[in-house]
Design a binder for this molecule. Structure first.
Ligand SMILES: [Zn+2]
Length: 285
């Protein structure tokens, strides 16, 4: 009798373990089937490889065996095309005046301006390239429903103090500063970088990761990294999520013709816009 009872208890216990193991295996299997981490950020709250591939035949065709490529596509094109990355994600193609960024405010900051030209190469002033990228980004963000504020809408001088005060009187916004880089006596250094060290708002790291990843993937520019220097005033003194992006080198013989072309500026603007869309989705509450 005693032995039988023990055997019954053991069998019940064993079947319970097996049942629990089966339940546990289900999420493990799903997790292993797709990549959700891109540039160190986990997008699993908005993205699922299996869902994205099963829903869109072209994605299945191009990225069916490339989970990282599928995720990169989702971030760079999918979101702005109104595609869903996960069943629970509610993204739709925006109607006029509406969209995934409606109710979201972005401050765009065109670096330099007026008497401050920024870097100058071949008669091209950095301040004008920055403003051109800003105006293109503004149009794309507004098409997604965002409210866009500019620290300068034209070629006027604006101090750094004005810029970070402008940020800090808009606590509802995020801030993206656009610049071009240059290195004296060197035409071979090229690539993109970003600055995001603001002790007043730790969300700056998230914003930088999203915006930088978006711009980098869209352009295919050389990745020079996200940096944390304390002497970038418009970021350091900001109390809202803020990032400064160096979109490329005007001193680079390869990047100069790109940075000064409207087509490449469009690509940078679309990458920044997609980065902001990603940030918005990840921070939606
Ligand atoms: Zn600059």
């Amino acid at each position: 009798m005693k032995r039988t009872k023990n055997t019954r208890i053991s069998l019940t216990f064993l079947s319970l373990i097996l049942f629990s193991a089966l339940i546990l295996l289900i999420p493990f299997k799903t997790k292993a089937s797709g990549v959700t981490v891109y540039n160190g950020i986990d997008y699993s709250s908005v993205y699922d490889f299996d869902y994205y591939v099963s829903r869109y035949p072209d994605i299945a065709y191009y990225f069916g065996n490339d989970p990282q490529g599928a995720l990169a596509h989702f971030m760079t094109f999918g979101i702005s095309e109104g595609r869903q990355g996960k069943e629970t994600t509610e993204i739709q193609t925006p109607a006029a005046g509406q969209g995934p960024l409606s109710g979201f405010t972005v401050i765009l900051d065109a670096g330099h301006g007026g008497r401050d030209p920024g870097c100058v190469r071949n008669g091209v002033y950095e301040k004008n390239v920055n403003l051109s990228i800003v105006m293109k980004t503004k149009a794309m963000l507004e098409a997604q429903g965002a409210t866009v504020l500019l620290t300068r809408p034209d070629d006027t001088f604006v101090s750094l103090e004005y810029r970070y005060c402008f940020e800090n009187i808009h606590p509802e916004a995020v801030f993206v500063s656009i610049h071009c880089n240059a290195l004296a006596g060197n035409s071979s250094i090229s690539g993109m970088s970003a600055y995001c060290y603001s002790p007043g708002n730790e969300k700056s790291f998230d914003l930088a990761a999203c915006v930088y990843s978006g711009a980098l993937y869209a352009t295919g520019a050389k990745d020079r990294g996200i940096k944390t220097l304390s002497d970038i005033k418009v970021v350091y003194y900001s109390t809202i999520p803020s990032v400064l992006i160096e979109t490329g080198y005007l001193s680079s013989s390869a990047e100069f013709p790109l940075l000064t072309s409207p087509e490449y500026q469009d690509i940078i603007a679309s990458g920044i816009t997609n980065g902001i869309l990603t940030y918005r989705i990840l921070n939606a509450s």
